[in-house]
Design a protein around this ligand. Structure first.
Ligand code: LAC
Length: 250
């Protein structure tokens, strides 16, 4: 039986592209491009550091990824400016349906497990007000590696005292869906970009911009096995799923 619902943060409860406005203000006309490359590099650095066994917290990784992005574009930012842009990640907007969806799930234990550092996640949750729904906000910091490493997902059992079969893990990130499923959780994937919409967007590759490239790489289910148990179009569909007892195939 599912007792707890554990959410990924960035891209699942919080819209990572919402930092674009802050970036656009600083670098007019380049916000969308910088934000997309920044997010791609940020995750790449977490995976690289995970594989290299050279952990650095997510704030450091996020800052390094931004420095990389600005560097390749020949844009200058001093340390204080980099820090201030990274702070923008602590004020991301939750998806519009997030608060109502969490309210509808109040009979379950609710938590976040994120690659974010503890400090980033506390700021994010406090700023957005979603903290009132959550029993725990878990950072991979304690495991000193990143999702999709199994020891990152193992923190859920340590923190909530629940074996994986009692947890529904919710993520929109393909790599996270595969990692969580491989670990042993029941997994719901939030489909933020449908395969049809993406196919339409990619129909004329010559006109695809960086946003399309981002969606092509990061919005779909990965083809490395480990398919999710449920694919939902928004967080709102979790309520009915819970009402139905999370029956597989629902
Ligand atoms: C998170 C990122 C990876 O863990 O989406 O919140």
């Amino acid at each position: 039986m599912i007792e707890a619902i554990v959410f990924d943060a960035y891209g699942t409860l919080y819209d990572v592209q919402s930092v674009e406005q802050v970036v656009e203000k600083k670098f007019p006309g380049r916000g969308a491009f910088i934000t997309a490359i920044w997010r791609m590099k940020q995750l790449e650095y977490s995976w690289l550091r995970g594989m290299m066994g050279s952990y650095a917290d997510f704030r450091t990784i996020t800052k390094d990824a931004l420095a990389y992005t600005l560097g390749i574009m020949g844009l200058k930012a001093d340390d204080a400016e980099l820090e201030s842009l990274v702070d923008g990640q602590n004020r991301l907007t939750p998806y519009p349906e997030a608060a109502a969806a969490l309210t509808s799930l109040s009979r379950h234990r609710l938590a976040i497990l994120s690659n974010g550092s503890g400090e980033m996640l506390r700021a994010l949750v406090d700023h957005s007000g979603l903290g009132r729904f959550l029993e725990a906000v878990m950072s991979v910091e304690e495991a000193r590696t990143f999702k999709p490493h199994p020891s990152a997902y193992a923190l859920v059992q340590r923190c909530l005292g629940l074996t994986p079969d009692r947890v529904l893990f919710v993520s929109s990130n393909g790599f996270d869906v595969s990692g969580a499923k491989s670990f042993g959780f029941t997994v719901a994937r939030i489909v933020r970009v449908s395969p049809d919409a993406l196919r339409r967007e990619l129909a004329e590759p010559a006109t695809v911009g960086v946003g399309g490239m981002f969606r092509a790489l990061r919005s779909q289910q990965e083809m490395i096995g480990e398919a999710p148990d449920f694919s939902l179009n928004s967080l709102t569909e979790l309520g009915p799923l819970a009402e139905g007892g999370f029956s597989v195939g629902a």
